[in-house]
Design a protein around this ligand. Structure first.
Ligand code: SF4
Length: 342
């Protein structure tokens, strides 16, 4: 096993509100090794973005608190760091790419100045040196005429260009870990593909580790070395991209795979949807948190919560019937419309 860069261990978090603590994460554990791309997938509201904001400790600014667990970056627990320490880590060692590039860029500064400022802050470069490096980085992320573009403001650029600038800003200090939260969701399809290609290229050139957050299994297939599937604040399945796609063990993973347009398991032309919606952590169902939506649910599922257990080397699933689900998925080409409990 390569050296782990980030180890999130049994992370339980919440937000302090006027009516008490609202739970957000319920025992998340993820490991990212050097140079690895780990995709965190799941529907909106599953806790993916909260996980990333907890790693960056940005959730602190919205009343976020860690109730239990550790976030180890090179073995050092980020939970115990002060915000002053975190400011030194953010941008230089761990960088973040957000979904909306326009929100990540400051409208009153040129893009060149914004990239240069990151270098001056974290690397102590002179103004001239930082400006030169900023232009070089704009060239690296595929921006034509970078000397001219560096002098432009974000509103003078397209969404795709702005996301390239955000990527340049995130990578310019050569961070060891980049957290990319739905980096292509706000872009149109052709630009999405270009941005994913760019991220992959830069990742292999700079040997950066990436935690990529996406609701799109197609994006995960293209980018990930490993996939962690998240549901209602916890991880329900984890494995390599090949394992997850060739033999999913959790009915929720199967539902996500079936929802990919054109996925081989789909029947007919109608796009599959997972019935029902994700529960809030304040109102979790008894037993397995996925049982109200699971075609496989039994009385045992409704009464007892399954733990995330090893089902092979580096492979984990939280389902009482993981093996049977995997076999049935294989027989049916991943689609399970009715199962044990029906
Ligand atoms: S434990 Fe039961 S309800 Fe939960 S995912 Fe597995 S089969 Fe479905």
């Amino acid at each position: 096993m390569a050296e782990p860069i980030l180890e999130i261990r049994n992370l339980k978090t919440g937000f302090v509100t006027e009516s008490g603590i609202v739970k957000a994460l319920d025992g998340v554990s993820i490991t990212i090794e050097k140079g690895q791309v780990v995709c965190l997938v799941g529907e909106s509201g599953s806790g993916k973005s909260v996980t990333s904001l907890n790693v960056m400790r940005l959730s602190d600014y919205d009343g976020g608190i860690v109730l239990e667990g550790e976030i180890l970056f090179h073995g050092e627990d980020l939970v115990k760091k002060s915000q002053e320490d975190m400011r030194k880590i953010r941008g230089s060692k761990i960088a973040m790419i957000f979904q909306e590039p326009m929100n990540a860029l400051n409208p009153v500064f040129t893009v060149g100045d914004q990239i240069a400022e990151t270098l001056r802050l974290h690397k102590g470069m002179s103004k001239e040196e930082a400006q030169r490096k900023a232009v070089e980085m704009l060239r690296k992320v595929g921006i034509p005429e970078p000397e001219i573009r560096a002098k432009q403001y974000p509103h003078e650029m397209s969404g795709g260009m702005c996301q390239r600038v955000v990527i340049a800003m995130a990578l310019v200090c050569r961070p060891e870990l980049v957290i990319a939260d739905e980096p292509t969701t706000a872009l149109d399809v052709t630009v999405q593909a270009q941005i994913l290609d760019l991220l992959r290229e830069l990742q292999s050139e700079l040997h950066t580790s990436i935690l990529l957050i996406t609701h799109d299994m197609g994006v995960a297939a293209e980018m990930a070395d490993r996939i962690a599937v998240m549901y209602a604040g916890t991880i329900v399945e984890e494995g390599t991209v090949e394992e997850i796609f060739s033999q999913p063990h959790h009915p929720y993973t199967i539902g996500l795979l079936n929802s990919i347009p054109g996925f081989e398991g789909q029947r007919g032309t109608e796009l599959y949807t997972i019935k029902g919606s994700i529960p809030s952590l304040a109102n979790l169902p008894t037993g397995c948190r996925f049982h109200p939506r699971c075609p496989f649910a039994t009385d045992k599922c409704r009464a007892e919560e399954p733990s995330l257990l090893e089902i092979g080397s580096g492979r984990r699933a939280a389902c009482w019937y993981a093996e049977e689900v995997a076999l049935k998925a294989k027989e049916q080409g991943a689609v399970i419309v009715s199962g044990k409990g029906e």
